[in-house]
Write a protein that binds this ligand. Structure first.
Ligand code: FAD
Length: 387
């Protein structure tokens, strides 16, 4: 049986978040825009924390975090539904109580020092693999870690690291065995000596360049096994391939609603532009694409929950989400005419932000490469999961 309906519980959880976004998040939007336009962060860490604690009072804490760590462990489908509700606002809110999936692979001591304080929001992490000479081709990284007694000495440069300006510690990937190309992941506190430098981007939040100049790290700070870092990196990158496009669903729904409202009221040549076929087609195409994206995302999330190999489905959702969200925001901007291009409305903000979706955590081209290779090698079928 194929069932596209939500359970009573899923609906209740989804509706709670929808109300939270409407009552607590959306009212912040004018102030967030005002601040960003004067070069300040849209939302201060203390305000984020306050909102997260407010959500926690109703139990919303650690959507994907196991219950033994105080989380809700709601599963991928529910996480996707919630993420798309949060995406309806451009305020960069996320629920508290979560940590990078690979920190759960730490030993007991690392869990106490890094995982638990990150879940509690007391420490901030960042994930650092990309380098100036290695992005899509992550195996080409050059940063090195050299063993010296009980320590390792790290040298190299990382770039485009989200949260790198604010992080207390980084999960950094470095080559530990040049001959075999073995890569190891290290947990490195800022106090151990790495430096960060903000990178200005077309989006509202900037990543950082990180510099490691003879940074000394104790051997016990290796995350997972020595030489097995690349597997951890792929696990980290793989975790969000359905969550990023899930957030885009919410953004596209809200944008299309804005486009529909504007088309109903804006008159030209004696008629609302909503009466024009050119505008109707933009609305229709966008609605179809949002619907298709919703099911690609939920299907990928469902495969995650079923513990199936979801890589093909996740790459499809990430590729389609990136491409279509950019087409949709462009159409909505077009429907708004000159107003869409101004900073009076958040459309241009979304236009800049959604562009990133086609680049990070695997570019469009890399997703296409994955999808095509899986088909060509017979790992996936064109008839999908139904076989
Ligand atoms: C805002 C932002 C935040 C980021 N956050 C992080 C982070 O937290 N941690 C982190 O480690 N990294 C992060 N990244 C890095 C991001 O993952 C990389 O930018 C991305 O993987 C692409 O790598 P690149 O920029 O080096 O482009 P390149 O790999 O140099 O690619 C350049 C172009 O060539 C295309 N291309 C590459 N290989 C192929 C191929 N085989 N076939 C066809 N086309 C190809 C690409 O799709 C792209 O269009 C972030 C990037 C940005 C912009």
């Amino acid at each position: 049986m194929v069932d596209f309906s939500l359970t009573e519980e899923q609906r209740e959880v989804r509706d709670w978040v929808r109300t939270f976004v409407r009552k607590e998040i959306m009212p912040l939007e004018p102030e967030v825009l005002r601040r960003e336009r004067s070069g300040q962060p849209g939302i201060e860490p203390s305000e984020m924390r306050e909102l997260q604690l407010k959500a926690k009072e109703s139990g919303f804490w650690g959507v994907l975090t196991p219950e033994e760590y105080g989380g809700m462990n709601l599963g991928a489908v529910m996480a996707a539904l919630l993420e798309s509700e949060l995406g309806r606002s451009f305020v960069p809110f996320r629920f508290g109580g979560s940590a990078d999936n690979i920190l759960f692979y730490g030993n007991d001591e690392q869990k106490e020092t890094y995982l638990k304080p990150t879940i509690e929001g007391e420490r901030k992490s960042c994930f650092a693999i990309t380098e100036p000479g290695a992005g899509s081709d992550a195996r080409a990284i050059r940063a090195t870690a050299r063993r010296d007694g009980d320590d390792w000495v790290i040298n190299g440069e990382k770039t485009f690291i989200t949260g790198g300006n604010e992080a207390d510690f980084t999960m950094v990937f470095a080559v530990t065995d040049k001959e075999n190309g073995a890569v190891t992941c290290f947990l490195v506190d800022r106090e151990m000596g790495w430096k960060s430098q903000p990178i200005a981007t077309m989006g509202e939040w900037g990543p950082a360049a990180l510099t490691f100049d003879n940074v000394r790290v104790p051997h016990r700070n290796i995350l997972g096994e020595e030489g097995r870092g690349f597997e951890l990196a792929m696990r980290w990158i793989g975790q969000g391939r359905y969550l990023l496009p899930a957030r885009a669903i919410g953004a596209c729904e809200r944008l299309l609603e804005m486009g529909i409202d504007y088309a109903r009221t804006r008159e030209t040549f004696g008629l609302p532009i909503a009466e024009r076929q050119a505008i109707q087609w933009m609305i229709a195409d966008s609605a179809v694409e949002i619907e298709a994206l919703r099911w690609l995302v939920l299907h990928a999330a469902w495969q995650v929950d079923q513990q199936m190999d979801s890589r093909q489905a996740q790459s499809m959702a990430k590729l389609y989400g990136g491409v279509k969200a950019n087409e949709i925001v462009d159409r909505v901007l077009q429907i708004h005419g000159g107003m869409g291009y101004t900073r009076e409305l958040p459309v241009e903000r979304w236009y800049r932000e959604l562009r990133l979706l086609r680049i990070y955590e695997g570019t469009d081209e890399i997703q296409r490469r994955t999808i095509a290779r899986n088909l060509l090698k017979g790992h996936a079928s064109v008839s999908g999961v139904l076989g």
